[in-house]
Design a protein around this ligand. Structure first.
Ligand code: NVA
Length: 314
């Protein structure tokens, strides 16, 4: 199968994900490892939601690949409102080598990918954040001694089990052969279809999927523990509802103490110290969040390289 787009984590097979992760580690060691956008070719980078890491890492990465990062302001373009997604895709696809889009609905991204004729990359939707998971997996692999060290390890995610990060950990983690555990309040468990998809992948990769409402069970013996904000972008009006149920899932030193000794701590950022994670843990010795943020750059360069090299006439 040829990877045409990266709309959700399982758009990469285990082999393809391994290739991308190995290249991400290589890019960390040599930022000029490959320059597939030399020309320069332009890549459109569009944001309909707030951003910092994603904008910086994609624009820097595209430039380092020899290309031209073309930032499109989602508020000006109003894709799907001022002009249909399909018409926009035709226009962009005639001019740029790839399209990176952060938007709300996964279906919008699918509509773009259906007609763009160039690779389309999910830079976060309400449902998935697959570029972040590539960065997380690359970070873990680098700390553990290589991509081959991922299969069989346990990665726990705590907090909002129904958000984009939880869904991407399920699919991307299962693809990497990890045992993925989600610890979340029962009213915030992941979508059933995504759990089933992750279980199917895990059956082939030797990983597994566990969803529990008990934070201790989720963390016990884990090799890595991740969390994310309790209030994702676009959910701000639910702030009051989204506090109390998550308190038992706050990643503090005591909860982290039930993970394996030296377990690594991940957070996609922005982090809210004292909410989903304590300052002691986020800023503590087991935290690898700054490596994780840096790996956005290397992982996305690796992904773009892979997609550009394998997606002829998509
Ligand atoms: N779940 C968060 C991730 C931020 C990178 C959000 O969607 O806001």
């Amino acid at each position: 199968m040829i990877s045409k787009h990266f709309l959700r984590d399982d758009d990469l097979t285990p082999e393809q994900q391994g290739t991308v992760l190995r290249l991400a580690l290589a890019f960390r060691r040599n930022r000029q490892e490959r320059t597939p956008l030399a020309g320069p070719k332009a890549v459109a980078v569009i944001f309909d939601k707030p951003t910092l890491r994603t904008q910086v890492s994609f624009t820097t990465g595209i430039a380092e690949l020899g290309g031209y990062p073309l930032l499109v302001d989602g508020n000006l373009a109003k894709i799907g409102v001022r002009e249909s997604i399909s018409d926009t895709a035709h226009v962009l696809g005639r001019q740029v080598a790839a399209i990176v889009w952060r938007t709300f609905h996964q279906s919008s991204l699918e509509e773009m990918a259906a007609v763009a004729g160039v690779p389309v990359i999910n830079a976060l939707t309400d449902d998935f954040h697959p570029c972040q998971i590539l960065a997380d997996l690359a970070t873990l692999a680098d700390h553990w001694g290589g991509v081959g060290e991922l299969p069989g390890r346990t990665l726990t995610y705590l907090g909002d089990g129904a958000n984009n990060m939880a869904h991407s950990y399920l699919l991307g983690g299962a693809t990497a052969g990890l045992h993925v555990r989600i610890g979340a309040p029962s009213e915030f468990h992941p979508r059933a279809d995504i759990v089933s998809a992750a279980e199917r992948i895990a059956a082939a990769t030797g990983g597994s999927v566990t969803v529990t409402s008990d934070p201790r069970t989720a963390v016990a013996g884990a090799d890595a523990v991740a969390t994310d904000t309790w209030v994702s972008m676009g959910r701000e009006e639910e702030q009051d509802l989204r506090s109390q149920p998550f308190v038992p899932y706050r990643l503090d030193s005591e909860l982290l103490g039930s993970a394996r000794d030296g377990a690594l701590v991940l957070h996609c950022l922005p982090a809210y110290r004292g909410k989903e994670i304590t300052a002691e843990v986020l800023d503590g010795p087991q935290s690898v969040v700054w490596d994780e943020a840096e790996y956005r750059l290397h992982a996305q360069k690796a992904l773009l390289t892979h997609l550009l090299e394998t997606s002829q006439g998509c």
